[in-house]
Design a protein around this ligand. Structure first.
Ligand code: GAR
Length: 223
């Protein structure tokens, strides 16, 4: 078998790291053209850092509270990330607002996962808000990060039903299961050269997307 060229991935987290775990599991399978070069958390001691260490991946802390302001923190973060020469940087539950200085530096090679069907429910508490709005469908989105918070071009979405009796926790769990399938897929597409950002447009397999891709068109339904 010929050696597969692997892209280098840096993952930014702030907490639990269950999306990170899905990515580490894919990387460990050996069938993925992606190497996780480093995991960086802005919060010290979080579970995601332990997950990285368990997988033998470099786990680093850069505590935003140690910096005078956002630009200073971001300058240090860029310096740290770029030491690992990433082809792609992803936000996986990274809960800091980023300035245009940061998002422009990584334009076209920075993904975020957001727990809603963007453009619906940008920002926080998406599950509570989806329930309060009486939505019958909810989900998660992977998007290229641009200067607009949760506003960058969407690549792919996973949809779940909102069921009678749902509370924010049951709905979050249903969405999270899909998140864990969504991120590995989008990262693989990028690694295979199938995805790119041109201006505000996502291109997939050489064509501009008129609307986000849908996870269910690419994989069999879970369980
Ligand atoms: C995930 O649900 C992710 O979509 C969300 O935080 C959670 C992190 O979980 N991200 C955002 O809300 C970003 N605005 P994890 O640490 O277990 O992956």
């Amino acid at each position: 078998m010929s050696a597969v060229h692997k892209i280098r991935l840096v993952v930014l987290i702030s907490g639990r790291g269950s999306n990170l775990q899905a990515i580490l599991d894919q990387a460990a399978s050996g069938e993925w053209p992606v190497e996780v070069a480093a995991v960086i958390s802005n919060r010290p001691g979080v579970q995601g850092l332990e997950r990285a260490r368990q997988a033998g991946v470099l786990a680093l802390e850069l505590d935003h509270k140690l910096f005078a302001d956002r630009p200073e923190f971001e300058a240090a973060l860029i310096e740290l990330i770029d030491r690992y020469r990433p082809d792609l940087v992803i936000l996986a539950g990274f809960m800091r607002v980023l300035t245009p200085g940061f998002t422009e530096h990584y334009r076209g090679r920075l993904f975020n996962i957001h727990p809603s069907l963007l453009p619906r429910f940008r920002g926080l508490h998406t599950h509570e808000r989806a329930l309060a709005a009486g939505e019958t469908e909810h989900g998660a989105s992977i998007h290229f990060v641009t200067a607009e918070l949760d506003g960058g071009p969407v690549i792919v979405q996973a949809r779940v039903p909102v069921l009678p009796g749902d509370d924010p926790d049951t709905l979050a769990a249903r969405v999270l299961e899909q998140e864990h399938r969504l991120y590995p897929l989008a990262i693989r597409w990028f690694a295979e050269g199938r995805l790119r950002l041109d201006g505000e447009r996502v291109w997939f397999d050489g064509k501009p997307l008129a609307e986000p891709l849908r996870l269910e068109h690419f994989t069999a339904p879970a369980g």
